[in-house]
Design a protein around this ligand. Structure first.
Ligand code: MRU
Length: 335
């Protein structure tokens, strides 16, 4: 199953609408840039690698639009729409990376077919890259723990639904599971939008991996009680100094893992590494609407008028990270 794909007949992006999971597995066709930007903002398509592919396919949609609208300045139209896609969410570096991968082929109207081809090529590239890093991550965890079978803690959703098909952190779980090396996975539910309980648990049950969901506040306690052998998470951005930006609630797991002396491993493709940003403090952390915290499915869970601060991501300092695994290498901060 592909989380995001290109429909050549319709010249449209097709996504799994992740806001409908786990109750409904619905595929939605997005035929213009406005529809894609809306899907990114409301997290219908989400997760850093999937956002990278969405960024590239957004440029492909802009090319299609330029033809459809018989734009007087087709190249200007594509560049303008590409910037709207890039600005749709601020934290995952992959989004802009994907936009730039497609824009790199833009050289006048004659290049339009090549721009679309380059964007579509990222779909298969994402699958191959995440499969490779998953196998490397599985090898690393067995090496680090010295165990034949592991219990693992994860946060948010870094599975196939956050990428095209193979996940990053859950890709590592999948690779371990294929070797019969997973005892259990603890998935933090991931307040407020519940990517852990809605999406990670959905994926783990489809994989046939034994798992339990815990509330975010219980995550560090799972580690402190020795119930897991390692923590594996994805990332939205890895800074030049090794600081890791990921879903809010990741940092407490890293603190608990350091205290317990178990590995805290980050699985992410090279496209998530941002050499241009020195440290986590320099990253624009998305702050989302207060009502995501104070209500659920339209039902208030705080008194009327209660305000909330709703940062979508946190920064795990490099010194708490045991290793960052990509498709090419294992980086051990502060190296
Ligand atoms: O707000 P989201 O759901 O897009 O946040 C996603 C995460 O934080 C993931 O852990 C991260 O993108 C890695 S996905 C392989």
């Amino acid at each position: 199953m592909r989380t995001i794909d290109w429909d050549t007949d319709a010249s449209a992006v097709v996504i799994v609408d992740q806001t409908r999971l786990p109750g409904c597995l619905e595929f939605v066709s997005l035929s213009d840039v406005d529809a894609l930007v809306d899907a990114i903002r409301r997290l219908a398509v989400r997760g850093a690698p999937a956002l990278g592919v969405a960024g590239a396919l957004g440029v492909a949609l802009a090319v299609v639009e330029a033809g459809r609208h018989r734009s007087a300045d087709p190249v200007g139209h594509v560049r303008l729409r590409a910037e709207q896609v890039r600005a749709s969410r601020p934290t995952a570096v992959n989004l802009g990376w994907g936009v730039d991968r497609a824009l790199a082929r833009l050289d006048g109207v004659d290049s339009f077919p090549e721009v679309i081809r380059a964007a579509i090529a990222l779909i298969d590239e994402d699958i191959a890259v995440n499969r490779a890093l998953s196998i490397r991550g599985a090898d690393l965890l067995i090496e680090l723990t010295g165990l034949p079978s592991l219990a693992i803690q994860t946060h948010c959703n870094a599975g196939g639904l956050a990428c095209v098909e193979w996940g990053t952190a859950l890709g590592v779980v999948r690779a371990l599971h294929e070797r019969g090396a997973v005892r259990e996975v603890f998935a933090d539910e991931t307040r407020p939008l519940l990517q852990g309980s809605r999406i990670t648990a959905f994926e783990l049950s489809r994989m046939g991996v034994r798992h339990r969901v815990v509330v975010d506040g219980a995550g560090p306690t799972v580690i402190a009680r020795g119930m897991v052998d390692a923590v594996v998470v994805g990332a939205d951005r890895v800074c030049a100094n090794g600081d890791v930006v990921n879903k809010v609630g990741t940092y407490p797991l890293a603190l608990a893992a350091a205290r317990a002396g178990i590995p805290f491993v980050v699985a992410a493709p090279e496209s998530t590494i941002d050499d241009a940003t020195a440290r986590g403090d320099d990253v624009h952390i998305e702050v989302r609407a207060a009502d995501e915290v104070t209500s659920m499915n339209g039902v208030a869970n705080a008194p009327a008028g209660t305000d909330a601060w709703n940062p979508a991501f946190d920064v795990t300092p490099a010194d708490l990270v045991t290793a960052i695994v990509t498709e090419l290498r294992v980086v051990r901060p502060p190296s």
